[in-house]
Write a protein that binds this ligand. Sequence first.
Ligand SMILES: Cc1cc2nc3c(=O)[nH]c(=O)nc-3n(C[C@H](O)[C@H](O)[C@H](O)COP(=O)(O)O)c2cc1C
Length: 185
Amino acid sequence: MKCLILTGSRNPDGQTARIAAAVGEGLASAAADAETVYLPESDLQCCRQCDAEGWGPCRSEGRCIIEDDFASLVAKLRDCDACVFATPVYFGSLSESMRAFLDRLRRITRHETGKAGVTGKPAVAVCVAGGGGGGAPQCAQHMEQTLGQAGLDVVDVLPARRQNLTMKLDVARTVGRWLAGGPSS
Ligand SMILES: Cc1cc2nc3c(=O)[nH]c(=O)nc-3n(C[C@H](O)[C@H](O)[C@H](O)COP(=O)(O)O)c2cc1C
């Protein structure tokens, strides 16, 4: 079983990374492989809303016109059995890199070609409010909505805040182990 962990923080020692690593530990404990990608290190531009109606080849062909790392990240997503989207909470919502990726993913999955290997794939969302600690539930709601719009099967959403991070690390390990077992929706 292969899992892709996409994180919307650039800090490999940060709070989002700690939770993502705990999910990875849970996956590994159940003999699943996990690859982690730090989205801010990728070249990920924001959607150009190509035509006058705000659409482009995303809707007509299931692909994005922008030549950056998006297509290779989608290929990784297609290639895995399950995925984890871990974002730091920024302004009560997704980080900019996570937003840039998911905004484009939900567009290409309007088309049959774009849906391939994405629709119905088990996905877990993790939202880490590492500042004052507010906004994780709201971010979790945004993540569930956005991942669902991309056609993913959102099997769990894990909000965390700086003040409960240690406790949530245990939950994250459990989630990883459970995800490796192939949760039914
Ligand atoms: C632009 C910006 C907005 C933020 N908004 C929030 C917020 O709404 N709530 C919160 O608790 N922390 C907020 N933070 C703090 C981040 O959640 C915190 O830096 C993050 O959890 C750190 O994650 P990391 O260590 O993985 O980078 C914000 C940080 C930035 C840079």
